[in-house]
Design a protein around this ligand. Structure first.
Ligand SMILES: CC(C)(COP(=O)(O)OP(=O)(O)OC[C@H]1O[C@@H](n2cnc3c(N)ncnc32)[C@H](O)[C@@H]1OP(=O)(O)O)[C@@H](O)C(=O)NCCC(=O)NCCS
Length: 155
């Protein structure tokens, strides 16, 4: 993602997250300036942003963890693999960084919960009234560190 993509991402936020505090363009610009975040976009053939996603890589060593900050796909472009590709790009960064990955998702967001579950995330908690102003609840989901998964698979 480049700073000039911020306006388009903010347009998509209004469509995708009405009532849940959609990010303005300035929030994306601030994120891109932060040192420990990685942002990705998928573009149509004409360069239009069809989907976007960002993750923060936090801590280091045994305290390393990552947190998905946002992911969204243009409603006209959903169910074509874009969300999965963006999530895969973020998880590759997270695995290079090390440690588990965390995220919050609305408890009624079945498409996203399905996508995350298929990527190895599991629900570990519920945050009441996490989203504002809607007051919707969130699940916290986590995916263990890649090294932990390997240990589990090869005792
Ligand atoms: C969640 C979201 C990013 C998925 O993007 P997408 O490009 O449609 O996702 P993909 O086509 O790569 O689908 C990946 C997987 O997610 C799941 N999925 C996606 N949409 C789904 C739906 N409507 N119903 C059930 N499962 C769904 C499926 O498992 C799918 O794999 P499959 O197509 O092989 O069955 C998109 O629906 C979106 O932007 N939603 C609004 C914003 C949002 O809720 N973001 C997450 C905030 S936590």
């Amino acid at each position: 993602m480049r700073a000039e993509d911020a306006e388009r991402c903010a347009e998509l936020e209004i469509i995708l997250f009405p009532g849940d505090g959609p990010w303005p363009a300035s929030a994306f610009v601030d994120e891109l300036r932060a040192p420990h975040v990685r942002y990705f976009v998928v573009r149509d053939g004409d360069g239009t942003v069809a989907g976007y996603a960002g993750i923060a890589l936090l801590g280091n060593g045994s305290g390393a963890e990552s947190e998905v900050h946002t992911i969204g796909v243009d409603p006209d472009r959903q169910r074509r693999g874009i969300g999965g590709a963006l999530l895969g790009a973020m998880l590759a960064e997270a695995d290079r960084h090390g440690g588990p990955v965390f995220l919050e998702v609305r408890t009624d967001n079945d498409p996203a919960i399905e996508m995350y579950t298929r990527a190895g995330f599991a629900v570990v908690g519920t945050r009441r009234r996490y989203y504002q102003p809607s007051g919707a609840d969130a699940y916290t989901m986590t995916r263990p560190a890649a090294a932990d998964e390997v240990k589990g698979g090869h005792p």
